[in-house]
Design a protein around this ligand. Sequence first.
Ligand SMILES: Cc1cc2nc3c(=O)[nH]c(=O)nc-3n(C[C@H](O)[C@H](O)[C@H](O)COP(=O)(O)O)c2cc1C
Length: 387
Amino acid sequence: MTVTATKPALFSAIKVGQHALHHRLVLAPLTRSRADPKSGVPSDDASVYYQQRATEGGLLITEATSISPSCGGYPGSPGIYSQDHIRAWKNVTTAVHEKKGVIFLQLWHPGRATFSFALPKTSATSDGKVAPVSASDIAIQGDSPFGMPYEKPRPLTVDEIKNIAQDFVQAAKKAIDAGFDGVEIHSANGYLLDQFINTSSNKRSDIYGGSIENRGRFPLQVVDAVSKAIGADRTAIRFSPYSGFQDMKDDTPVATWSYLVQQLEKTHPNLAYLHFVEPRVQLLDDGIDENDPAQDSDEHETLQYFRALWSGPFVSAGNYTYSAQSAYDRAESSPNNLVAVGRAFISNPDLVERFRNHLKLTPYNRNTFYSPGPEGYIDYPYYGAAN
Ligand SMILES: Cc1cc2nc3c(=O)[nH]c(=O)nc-3n(C[C@H](O)[C@H](O)[C@H](O)COP(=O)(O)O)c2cc1C
């Protein structure tokens, strides 16, 4: 590890797409469920929330945002397909740009992780049934956080897959209309694109199933189409190779995601960034623990395989929430690395300054992660006000 006394790597400049960032701390994408439950229009508080977390030359990634009315979502998750969505998001991007921040919109299709109640009647098949869609007809086991069990999804046809790739394109263009600096394609955490990648959820026998090449085809096609529409330097993608969330499991994670990164390095080396979730991220613990669980590592599960294959900016997320030191160490030890922080950024709007100055963090309250209204959303204090 090289320690630079004057300028730690975490607070040194890096170019991401068209932007010269001033530091490498990133707001991780965080669903906060405060959009209008019927329309998916972001609330006025969303502008305040993102502006509070914006810094000059700092990158923010928004919460997962539905790309079309037919993809569904969660109660209170936002969309980017109507003029009202564009108008409301424009307030957010303007608020962030006032502080000279950079903001990417996370584009989301939940696939089998949504529910028929969130899907429009127009998405019914000829037998009148409305069901979530996926790679195969395998439901997530057990009950969802919303109380009811997950539903058995309907496997997408090849034509539908092509249409969804186009929905990503339309959503990306609308994001640019709304003033976003770029988009992050959500291909992680057990949502639609991840359901195609993982062997546990993809049992197809056509060109979208079986081999690694086939399982990687859909996300790579989405990257192709989106970067053609808005530019590779405004396009990014998120992966989570080792996540078991929502029943994800791949037989050969290192080979699978290495293939994806190699393809991206070959065909789209100018993507704004690749974003990977670290192994062993546990989202169910509470409070901020100065003992960083990421240190307790299994040498076979590491992002190093993928970092080594990518020459552009590489964002890693997961468990840097527990200590500023782990973020400093990551930035020092991996060139071109940015560090995304989730939970601690919820409860510390001025997280960048707190990490810069090694200030104490405010613990987060899990009960208000997804609750409606301003509490736990825009009322966490800045350091000076808290102490
Ligand atoms: C409340 C909450 C909402 C989240 N929503 C999203 C999301 O919309 N999209 C996504 O890719 N990840 C989402 N995540 C995962 C985070 O982006 C991040 O990977 C995770 O919190 C680990 O980082 P941390 O240890 O810094 O919290 C969410 C996590 C939390 C706690």
